[in-house]
Design a protein around this ligand. Structure first.
Ligand SMILES: *[C@@H]1O[C@H](CO)[C@@H](O)[C@H](O)[C@H]1NC(C)=O
Ligand SMILES: *[C@@H]1O[C@H](CO)[C@@H](O)[C@H](O)[C@H]1NC(C)=O
Ligand SMILES: *[C@@H]1O[C@H](CO)[C@@H](O)[C@H](O)[C@H]1NC(C)=O
Ligand SMILES: *[C@@H]1O[C@H](CO)[C@@H](O)[C@H](O)[C@H]1NC(C)=O
Ligand SMILES: *[C@@H]1O[C@H](CO)[C@@H](O)[C@H](O)[C@H]1NC(C)=O
Ligand SMILES: *[C@@H]1O[C@H](CO)[C@@H](O)[C@H](O)[C@H]1NC(C)=O
Ligand SMILES: *[C@@H]1O[C@H](CO)[C@@H](O)[C@H](O)[C@H]1NC(C)=O
Length: 524
């Protein structure tokens, strides 16, 4: 009896140890994003649904290869870009050929096109995606077209052509089941002609063994709804983000902006972009609250690219980190000897001061925003010009959104009128630099962009940032890589200079910025 009992206890203890061990070892998961060079046809050739389907099948074949490859590398989830199955530049009439009627997983929770084939025969794309997920036992995130036919008599909002068309993200789980469907809320420019905005903003989430996920699309990331609410009110700590993102330098290059969002919100952010160099569409990555784990930003190739990486499972709900120091807030000093001027950045009028000395301490303010910079140059050629700028106002070019920005940037040439113009030209090497800003918000997103002379580089591991709820941002740049920077918790201690100093790569700063935005025309 006693032997029996102790064996049972032993088994119990053994089981407990195994379970514990299992739980404790799972600190990360493997994610994949695929930057896709989409195959598309000119609108004039898309005459009917069967042509549209043949276009989508060509792209699905590429998706399928990428999925199998990702799975081989251990990926548990893969994200494909916005418009990845057909491209863009269609009319509303042509786009309808790409759509399928996709059910709402909230009201139809067990829809599994792959397992219930004849019933899903009218949704060949959904069938294909569902089977890809099931065959490879992986979560699949794709961007597709959803159509909902409506009755002009009974539905006053029904569009004149009798149907709603949505730019839609779908998520299939490893069993092939549809677990999330999201209709894009914030349509960009001419997208409004092709798609309808949902009557109410949708908050699409799904729960996996490795975190709670939310999804939204491209232009959405500039808005409060749904992105910030997903994180703050729905407990989302991972976001999957199909996008067709056009780079606009200096502040809106895909990877710098998406990294800033991950870091500013404290979540994992898996971004998959279309690859179309003629539209400046490139740049995808796997970002964590500590920055990019892996990213691509290749402006010269015409090929797609698969990225696979380990991502930490975030155990705690994302929180804004507390500041570890209380540096004095900058105010604008009188008698600065540097040149003060105004110049345009993406059609916004910034106040700037130039960095005209080998080292200095500078301040520039505009309305409620004040920016402060301490810097020293290691090397600064005579034809190189940098400026520190501030902006506080409503941005109205290609969309309306309210911005507060502090930026240190490389001017396009040696004339002050070029400061803020898009450039990848940067020649100076900084010693330490420390950029601080005061904003009247807790949502501050840090950006850092450098170049090695040929391609853009996020300089991960060479800078840190801190922010706090009082709206102060400090970005500190160190010209050397310290091992300690890669270890989590660095921001809690404020200690940078532990660990081994390494040779720094030859990077020049294009821009460092902290900024905040909220897409709301009613603001002010
Ligand atoms: C669709 O259009 C293509 C190209 O014009 C044509 O060859 C094909 O017969 C059409 N198919 C149907 C089902 O109408
Ligand atoms: C799924 O696997 C089945 C059986 O191997 C295969 O016939 C089918 O083509 C696969 N489908 C997809 C979409 O991967
Ligand atoms: C871009 O991709 C091409 C083709 O794969 C490769 O040869 C080139 O080195 C890449 N460039 C960068 C900057 O990664
Ligand atoms: C800063 O620049 C001045 C010249 O403007 C120079 O005398 C001084 O040594 C520099 N200080 C540092 C710390 O580099
Ligand atoms: C510098 O850039 C500005 C604005 O981009 C341009 O108007 C000007 O001609 C350029 N000057 C030189 C010397 O290249
Ligand atoms: C840069 O910062 C580090 C760490 O605070 C410090 O040890 C070093 O002296 C600074 N270097 C310069 C040139 O200011
Ligand atoms: C710049 O240096 C001054 C004097 O050491 C300090 O008070 C200030 O907080 C520094 N600013 C930043 C942004 O680090």
């Amino acid at each position: 009896m006693a032997a029996h009992l102790s064996r049972r206890v032993f088994l119990f203890v053994l089981l407990y140890v195994i379970l514990q061990g299992k739980c404790e070892t799972r600190k990360s998961y493997t994610a994949a994003v695929y930057e896709h060079a989409v195959f598309s046809l000119p609108p004039s050739e898309i005459k009917n649904k069967s042509v549209a389907l043949s276009v989508m099948k060509q792209n699905l074949e590429v998706f399928e290869k990428a999925t199998a490859e990702a799975r081989k590398m251990g990926a548990e989830i893969i994200v494909f870009p916005e418009d990845g199955l057909y491209g863009f530049e269609f009319t509303r009439e042509i786009f309808q050929y790409f759509t399928e009627d996709i059910p709402d997983p909230q009201t139809q929770p067990d829809w599994n096109p792959c397992k219930k084939y004849p019933e899903s025969a009218n949704s060949p794309v959904q069938y294909w995606l569902s089977c890809m997920a099931l065959n490879n036992s992986i979560y699949i995130v794709a961007n597709v077209g959803d159509v909902k036919y409506c009755n002009l008599k009974s539905d006053k909002l029904c569009p004149a052509d009798g149907r709603y068309q949505y730019n839609t993200n779908v998520v299939y789980d490893p069993e092939g089941k549809l677990v999330a469907r999201y209709h894009k809320q914030n349509l960009f420019m001419t997208e409004k002609l092709n798609y309808n905005q949902p009557h109410q903003c949708e908050y699409a989430t799904f729960t996996t063994p490795f975190g709670k996920f939310g999804t939204f699309t491209c232009f959405d990331v500039l808005f409060r709804e749904p992105p910030i609410s997903l994180v703050e009110n729905f407990g989302v700590d991972n976001v999957v983000f199909p996008t067709a993102w056009m780079d606009v330098l200096p502040l809106f290059a895909s990877v710098e902006f998406h990294q800033a969002w991950a870091m500013g919100m404290g979540v994992n952010f898996l971004t998959a972009n279309l690859h179309k160099t003629s539209f400046h569409m490139y740049g995808s990555g796997i970002f964590t609250p500590q920055g990019a784990v892996v990213y691509t930003h290749n402006t010269t190739t015409e090929q797609g690219r698969l990225l696979v990486a380990q991502v930490p499972i975030l155990r705690n709900a994302p929180t804004k980190t507390a500041p570890y120091s209380n540096r004095p807030l900058p105010t604008e000093k009188d008698g600065q000897t540097t040149i003060r001027f105004q110049a345009e950045l993406f059609a916004d009028s910034f106040d700037f001061v130039t960095l005209s000395r080998p080292n200095d301490s500078l301040t520039i303010c505009q309305k409620a925003v004040c920016c402060h910079l301490n810097y020293s140059f290691d090397e600064s050629p005579a034809d190189s010009l940098y400026a520190l700028g501030a902006f506080d106002g409503l941005h109205t070019h290609e969309g309306h959104y309210y911005l507060q920005i502090c930026t240190l940037l490389s001017c396009a040439n040696s004339s002050t009128s070029s400061c803020g113009q898009p450039t990848t030209n940067a020649k100076s090497r900084f010693g330490n630099l420390s950029l601080g800003g005061v904003f009247n918000t807790k949502y501050i997103f840090p950006e850092f962009l450098t170049t090695d002379g040929s391609s853009l580089d996020l300089a991960n591991g060479q800078w840190v940032f801190e922010d706090d709820v009082t709206g102060v941002l400090i970005v500190d740049f160190f010209p050397f890589i310290y091992d300690a920077l890669s270890s989590f918790g660095i921001r809690d201690t404020g200690v940078y200079a532990i660990g081994k100093e390494q040779q720094s790569p030859d990077l020049s700063l294009i821009q460092a910025s902290g900024f905040y935005w909220i897409m709301d025309e009613r603001y002010n």
